[in-house]
Design a protein around this ligand. Structure first.
Ligand SMILES: [Zn+2]
Length: 255
């Protein structure tokens, strides 16, 4: 009886002492940590190694319980370290250019359909913003654009130019390629050139099988994906004219 109540008193006194000496205790703990840093790190490492499943579980529970706090503190960190983070990520990008390009190419190729859908959705839900941006960009770059066009026309006399092409599309019968149909075509051709079967990556061009110049329509049944090389070889030839000029290796000997 006596012992127990003495213990209770002692516990109470200790709590009071800690409460009254908070700063002292914190300083002591800090001191201890500073002088035992490597021991404590080793101990922590060993503990985590020997208790991996528990530690992982506890971590997961903690994260689940403190989601919004963690997000807030990350946000705060990103905000207060913005300059450092930007520098670090710039440095990373600069020293990993080839890897990053390869990774993003691969991602685009394996997610082509999803990306096309997402991009279409974005375009649809941001139509007004994008139109405004385009308008703004066009008017602030008008001079550069017309200089570029002039240089381009001089270097490519064979090129009929966007305006002519647009006029062709408008003057021919059907002009009803829907958003999404181009992505569907790419998917249908496994993102390969319809003529030479080479994979197109993100360099697909739209080929009108019957050229717009020859009355072809801008509609799904007249369009296939093509590589730049086939597209430029075909130019204004119809599909048959283009195929006549090519060599074939028959699959089976002719009878
Ligand atoms: Zn091709």
């Amino acid at each position: 009886m006596m012992g127990k109540s003495r213990d209770k008193d002692k516990g109470k006194r200790d709590r009071q002492w800690y409460k009254a000496n908070k700063a002292k205790v914190a300083a002591y703990q800090h001191q201890y940590y500073e002088t035992h840093r490597s021991e404590m790190a080793t101990y922590g490492r060993e503990y985590r190694r020997d208790h991996a499943p528990e530690v992982t579980l506890r971590k997961r529970i903690y994260i689940g319980k403190h989601k919004s706090e963690i997000a807030a503190s990350q946000r705060q960190y990103r905000k207060s370290h913005a300059v450092e983070i930007a520098a670090r990520s710039r440095q990373y990008r600069e020293s990993h250019t080839a890897e990053i390009a390869a990774r993003s190419r691969q991602y685009r190729e394996s997610h082509a359909v999803e990306l096309a859908v997402r991009y279409r959705q974005y375009r649809e839900s941001h139509a007004a913003e994008m139109a405004a941006y385009k308008q703004d960009y066009r008017s602030s770059h008008a001079q550069a654009r017309s200089d570029y066009d002039r240089r381009y026309r001089r270097a490519h006399p064979e090129y009929r130019g966007d305006q002519r092409r647009r006029a062709d599309i408008m003057s021919n019968g059907r002009n009803d390629l829907q958003p999404g149909q181009w992505e569907w075509l790419l998917d249908y051709f496994h993102n390969c050139c319809a003529y030479c079967l080479k994979p197109l990556g993100d360099r697909a061009t739209m080929d009108h099988m019957t050229p717009l110049r020859k009355g072809g329509e801008h509609t799904i049944s007249n369009i296939v994906p093509a590589c730049r090389s086939c597209n430029s070889k075909k130019r204004t030839k119809t599909l048959l004219e283009f195929l006549w000029g090519r060599e074939f290796i028959p699959a089976t000997p002719m009878p």
